[in-house]
Design a protein around this ligand. Structure first.
Ligand code: ASP
Length: 459
């Protein structure tokens, strides 16, 4: 049984059974032709290169064009695209009149509006929204500074500060140990006048200053006239040579990398910093949810930003105009992160500054209490669960229209960092091991010689 009609009056409604209700509601969109209003904004909706020779829906391509095609396949409706007359997303003016896409839905000029249309509470009072098909938030689009940062002490950059401190400590430590071991080992004591054995004057090459000079000489790859003679001091020299070999090679390799990579310093790092200065201008789309966000915000930073923006000529009629102004320099454009992601994939001289100032989603707008809303929401969920929405995003963000151009850029700038103690810690451990061994050998030498001298044979 599909349903029953219990009323005696013809005006009483038909009761449709549970299992048939879904089919019935799907059928309510099947074969209908919906007028879909949209805006040209890459990559959501774009005019095809051959759009002049084409007609109707074929003139358009993009993420939402594919999305509506998928939805139409699920729900069985037909659709006809139209571009919004005033090029606006939708904002309410003082007299309560809505413009843009929202206005067209309210006035019945279109059945649904689909593009990067943000779901906001104010808009939801005027129209109905489906579940979001994409999540986003406001962020900052900015031009990467092109000037290379040169600092007087850039030669220090291959090693982190901690590593430099460790190297200095190793230098002082090894020099002192060389001095002590030199004193301890009898084989470092020599008679300066071998012909006058009876004088009993012995001299040691490794005085404190000489020890420091010996270690710095090898660290600088120069050497000195001092040569260790005992096994213990030679062991110290050998392990120190090994240490310098590794450290100098790491330093040279990393310095070369540092000199070839441009290090850029951004004049602003966050919205907070942007709001605290006035030399860099900033703005957003002239009629949209981003502007309303700043206009209505109670947060001090955003209020300050709104006070700055409202007195200047910083609002853009389209996102693409904002992008062009950012490219010219000295201007930051506040726009939604999904669009920023698309732009920075293709324009390697532009970047996103900081994180998201809020979180929101894009939905399809329908007339208030429209029966299409639930059907469209269900179909969106289905596309989400099957991974189709993700695939569409990959297609239009990463692959089509020059996507992935700047993928190497990120790698280049992030690959050079100062070597930290974790990277070179091993060589310090080896040095420490070598020094301990040398110390041990020196004690053995000392004991061996004193045993021999008590036995009466010195050499
Ligand atoms: N997506 C926004 C809107 O729906 C456009 C913007 O203001 O950035 O109004």
């Amino acid at each position: 049984m599909i349903g029953y009609w219990s009323g005696s009056q013809p005006s009483q409604p038909l009761n449709i059974s549970e299992e048939w209700r879904d089919n019935y509601s799907i059928m309510s969109l099947a074969n209908q032709t919906l007028t879909v209003t949209t805006i040209i904004n890459a990559p959501y909706c774009m005019l095809r290169e051959s759009s002049k020779t084409k007609e109707g829906n074929d003139r358009f391509e993009g993420y939402v064009v594919d999305l509506i095609e998928e939805l139409s396949k699920i729900l069985g409706f037909k659709y006809k695209f139209k571009l919004v007359a005033d090029n606006a997303y939708g904002a309410r003016n003082e007299s309560g009149y809505w413009n843009g896409l929202i206005g067209e839905i309210i006035n019945g000029k279109a059945d649904i509006a689909i593009v990067d249309l943000t779901i906001t509470s104010k808009r939801a009072e005027a129209v109905d929204f489906t579940l979001p098909f994409m999540n986003t938030g406001i962020s900052i689009l900015f031009k990467k500074p092109t000037t290379k940062v040169t600092t007087l002490f850039s030669f220090l950059s291959p090693f982190s500060n901690v590593v430099w401190v460790y190297v200095l400590a190793a230098y002082v430590g090894v020099s002192c140990i060389l001095f002590i071991v030199g004193r301890l080992s009898p084989y470092e004591w020599d008679n300066p006048h071998p012909c006058r054995q009876e004088d009993f004057v012995l001299e040691n090459n490794f005085s404190l200053t000489n020890s420091f000079f010996f270690t710095i000489g090898s660290l600088m790859q120069q050497g000195s006239d001092l040569t260790p003679k005992a096994m213990s001091t030679r062991a110290i020299a050998a392990i120190w040579y090994f240490f310098t070999l590794i450290m100098i090679s790491s330093y040279t390799a990393n310095l070369a990398a540092f000199l070839t990579v441009e290090k850029v310093i951004y004049p602003i790092e966050s919205a907070e910093e942007l709001s605290m200065q006035s030399s860099i201008e900033y703005g957003c789309l002239a009629s949209g949810s981003t502007k309303s966000f700043f206009q209505d915000s109670n947060i001090t930073t955003f209020k300050r930003m709104w006070d700055f923006m409202k007195t200047r000529d910083v609002f853009m009629p389209k996102n693409v105009d904002g992008k062009h102004r950012v490219e010219k320099g000295n201007y930051a454009y506040l726009m939604e992160s999904a669009s920023i992601e698309y732009i920075v994939e293709r324009n390697c001289n532009l970047t996103q500054i900081g994180g998201l100032l809020d979180t929101k989603g894009y939905g399809i707008a329908t007339k208030k209490h429209s029966k299409h809303r639930n059907l469209l929401s269900q179909a969106i969920l289905k596309l989400q669960e099957t991974g189709r929405l993700h695939m569409l995003k990959e297609k239009w963000w990463k692959q089509k229209k020059g996507g992935g151009q700047c993928a190497d850029e990120g790698k280049k700038s992030s690959s050079v960092t100062a070597l930290k103690i974790d990277n070179v810690g091993g060589v310090f451990v080896v040095l420490l091991g070598g020094l301990t061994l040398a110390f041990f050998v020196a004690i053995c030498e000392f004991m061996w010689r004193s045993r021999k001298s008590t036995a009466g044979c010195v050499r």
